[in-house]
Design a protein around this ligand. Structure first.
Ligand SMILES: C[S@@+](CC[C@H](N)C(=O)[O-])C[C@H]1O[C@@H](n2cnc3c(N)ncnc32)[C@H](O)[C@@H]1O
Ligand SMILES: O=C(O)C(=O)C[C@]1(C(=O)O)C=C[C@@H](O)C=C1
Length: 259
């Protein structure tokens, strides 16, 4: 077999060039071509991603409760799942990763197998809108809710809040939009500069923007905050922001919180 026809190993680190040449406009999907380059794509596209992932481990360590379930909803290749796995200190916790892209789940299995932590990871190739949630202490939606139909977001968050134990949390990372047009335009420009600094061309930035326009629907921080409170969480705080990307922590009050 010639060098160029060798099959890629499932874990080979490939550079994202998906939007580098002119292509016909099509909605972005998490298919096999995206799964192949995803570690490179998300690191070069989401400001703060390389900080958020290790902090998910720190937050999970604080809030994972013995005997509870921990969920990573929209786990992709398992970067956030592995951060949770390393943060969980209780051997009787059940860690579940869910994604409805079979290309992502297949590769995720390889990454999980390579990781040496003993806690089992249960992977489900399912829609997070249908997946069963119960007795949770930590749930993560790391840049996933933004891809869910806006009309279905409140129902999902209510189901998560209902499944969460007192003292448990939801880690919610999202691309956001801003009330003020002036701020929207500054933060978008800075995000695009971040992409440029990471080697993306103007063509790549503009074609990706068109591809995600109808698929990734950002909301304001206030919309997130009020919906999380309405869903049944007691407190919402922003623990990270870089340009138009934020990560929030939504908490359910614990048994000792009012003392
Ligand atoms: C930006 S990626 C998440 C990144 C990942 N959490 C990480 O930290 O590396 C979004 C993922 O959500 C998945 N996704 C989007 N909508 C979904 C849904 N309704 N049900 C299940 N997975 C979904 C996509 O397939 C994709 O893998
Ligand atoms: O907003 C953009 O330009 C992005 O590329 C963001 C984003 C994301 O936030 O998930 C979009 C799709 C890919 O999953 C990687 C990054």
């Amino acid at each position: 077999m010639s060098e160029s026809r060798k099959p890629h190993s499932p874990l080979e680190q490939l550079t994202d060039r998906l939007f580098a040449t002119e292509r016909k406009p099509e909605d972005f999907r998490f298919d096999a071509s995206v799964a192949r380059v995803f570690p490179d794509m998300i690191r070069r596209s989401v400001p703060g991603y390389t900080t958020v992932i290790p902090m998910i481990e720190v937050i999970t360590e604080q809030y994972a409760q013995p005997g509870s379930h921990c969920y990573d909803l929209g786990c992709s290749l398992g970067a956030s799942t592995l951060a949770m796995r390393h943060g969980i200190r209780h051997t009787d916790c059940t860690l579940v990763g869910v994604d409805n892209s079979s290309a992502m789940i297949e590769r995720c299995e390889h990454y999980i197998a390579l990781d040496d932590s003993p806690l089992p990871v249960h992977l489900r190739c399912e829609d997070i809108l249908d997946t069963e949630l119960m007795d949770a202490s930590v749930t993560t939606l790391n840049f996933t809710l933004q891809f869910v139909d806006p009309g279905k977001r409140a129902g999902l968050l209510s189901r998560i809040a209902e499944a969460t134990r007192p003292g448990g949390v939801l880690i919610l990372s999202e691309k956001i939009r801003f009330e003020s047009d002036a701020e929207q335009s500054i933060q978008t420009r800075l995000h695009h500069e971040f992409k440029r600094a990471n080697g993306y061309s103007d063509l790549e930035i503009s074609q990706k923007r068109t591809a995600i326009e109808q698929v990734l629907i950002p909301e304001t921080l206030e919309a997130h905050r009020s919906r999380l409170l309405a869903a049944g969480f007691d407190q919402v705080l922003v623990w990270y922001q870089c340009f138009n990307f934020v990560s929030m922590l939504a908490l359910k009050a614990g048994p000792t919180d009012s003392e």
